[in-house]
Write a protein of this length. Structure first.
Length: 482
């Protein structure tokens, strides 16, 4: 064995000195990684950050950056330089000198904050740190407006509801406050009936699905109000806010910087009455003016087609009229997408249950991922395309577009009706062998002179089962002359 020599201490001591020097340098370096950062030395003055607050989301710009405005309050007069930085785990950030404070308050902005989740540090320095404070998480990502009536507000039972997730935040309808998005999104503590607690909605499932594909934080701006009508959402009433829901929505958007990624819309139940005839024109006006007021002519607008009709009156003709107009609207305005809900289960005669709202939220997310994020994700789901009779007029072939994969296997296709005047024409509906269409097989030949009318999903509480392999159902459509 070699004899140990004292001179072998030299390289070991040198290595220790290098490690110590690196550690000291990291402690004094102004550019620090989050995992190495100790809590800020707060100094002798007590300071509070009044804005932003935890879970606030800023809309990113085209360069995936945002400008974060802040406001501080110090307990007593102070003079010094205000510095700020936004830091995130695993990345480094320099302190930015924002300005001078000489008093108790200061407002400023920190520019070029990258997309993601951050901790915002603010300090006041002279020869030393006089005051310092942090707030987290602060998020740079995308803002989505939730508008319409109660099915957007959320009415599912608060059972097995969607769990909150950091990176998904809510800007409340009442109070205009940011918080982590937690069900119920659209109801305040005082407004909730805790004997029959409801309020689970589609917002969090939507945001989770978008985040899973994009890794972009999501801020949900709740603007929906149960029972609201298109008159409440009339853009002509912009200046009558807060009575105008449209005005209140635009005010929120402007207060949050004036830009949003898109709008989710679920409304129409309140229009299934004498107002049904003007619903389509009202919707066209609403979307056109909304884009003007937001300053984005291509603002993505994703909306739900009404679900099953489940109230007892004249068979739901006006309800079906709204559903028909909602399908037509998709072809009349660009950068808009309709999501079907006809397969939903209900928690009462008009409101979707929590499980169905979760599926609707995911479907809206699939359309958003394609339309707003430019990522190929999913087709629209089955839409009627062509209607072709055989020579004997005993079989009608209905082809579809927008199918994801093929239609899901079923024995018989339900939800179709064919009428001749006030009479229903009997037939059997089956999937085609390639599962890309449906064929209606009639008991007897039909005449070219007969005015046959085709419907799908019409009437009281229809049974429907035609879906594609992603579970998206065939939309409600009709009347179609065949």
């Amino acid at each position: 064995m070699d004899k140990w020599e004292p001179t072998k201490k030299v390289p070991i001591i040198g290595m220790v000195l290098v490690i110590v020097m690196v550690w000291l340098a990291s402690c004094t370096n102004e550019k620090v990684k989050v995992e190495q950062l100790l809590p800020l030395e707060e100094g002798k003055y007590v300071m509070n950050i009044e804005a932003p607050i935890e879970h606030q989301v800023y809309q990113r710009d085209l360069n995936n950056k945002a400008t974060i405005s802040f406001k501080i309050q110090v307990e007593s007069d102070i003079a010094g330089k205000v510095e700020a930085r936004a830091i995130t785990e695993g990345e480094s950030s320099d302190w930015q000198t924002i300005g001078d404070i000489n008093g108790t308050t200061f407002e400023g902005v920190i520019v070029g904050v990258s997309i993601g989740q951050h901790r915002l540090d603010i300090r006041v320095r002279s020869d030393q740190t006089l005051a310092a404070k942090s707030v987290e998480p602060i998020l740079v990502g995308d803002l989505w407006v939730l508008a319409g009536q109660s099915n957007m507000q959320g009415w599912g039972k608060l059972i097995d509801m969607e769990e909150p997730q950091v990176g998904i935040s809510l800007y409340s309808r009442e109070g205009d406050q940011w918080s982590q998005a937690v069900e119920p999104l659209g109801w305040t503590e005082g407004a909730m009936n805790w004997e029959a607690p409801r309020g689970a909605g589609l917002g969090i499932p939507f945001a989770k699905e978008v985040m899973s594909h994009t890794n972009v934080p999501i801020g949900l701006i709740m603007s929906a109000v149960g029972g609201s009508t298109m008159l409440d959402w009339d853009p002509a009433r912009l200046e009558t806010e807060p009575q105008s829901l449209y005005g209140d929505m635009i005010r929120k958007i402007r207060e949050l910087g004036g830009s949003v990624k898109g709008v989710l819309w679920y409304q129409g139940e309140s229009e299934a009455n004498t107002e049904a005839d003007i619903y389509l024109e009202r919707m066209k006006t609403f979307v056109t003016q909304l884009r003007k007021d937001v300053g984005d002519s291509k603002l993505p607008f994703i909306y739900a087609q009404l679900s099953v009709y489940h109230t007892f009156d004249e068979g739901g003709k006006l309800w079906n009229r709204i559903q028909r107009d909602q399908l037509e609207l998709e072809s009349l305005i660009e950068h808009a997408a309709m999501v079907p809900t006809i397969d939903a289960t209900l928690s009462d005669p008009v409101h979707l249950d929590a499980a169905s709202l979760k599926r609707v939220g995911q479907r809206m997310a699939w359309r958003a991922i394609d339309m707003a994020y430019g990522m190929e994700n999913a087709q629209s789901g089955p839409r009627p395309d062509t209607y072709i009779w055989n020579e004997e007029r005993t079989e009608l072939l209905i082809t579809f577009k927008g199918i994801n994969g093929k239609l899901a296997p079923i024995n018989h296709a339900y939800g179709f009706q064919v009428t001749l005047g006030s009479d229903k024409v009997p037939f059997t509906a089956l999937l085609t062998e390639d599962r890309m269409g449906v064929k209606l097989q009639f008991e007897s030949p039909t005449s070219e002179n007969d005015l046959l009318i085709l419907w799908h999903g019409a009437g009281f509480n229809p049974v429907v089962n035609v879906k594609d392999e992603m579970g998206i159902p065939l939309v409600v459509f009709g009347p179609v002359a065949i």
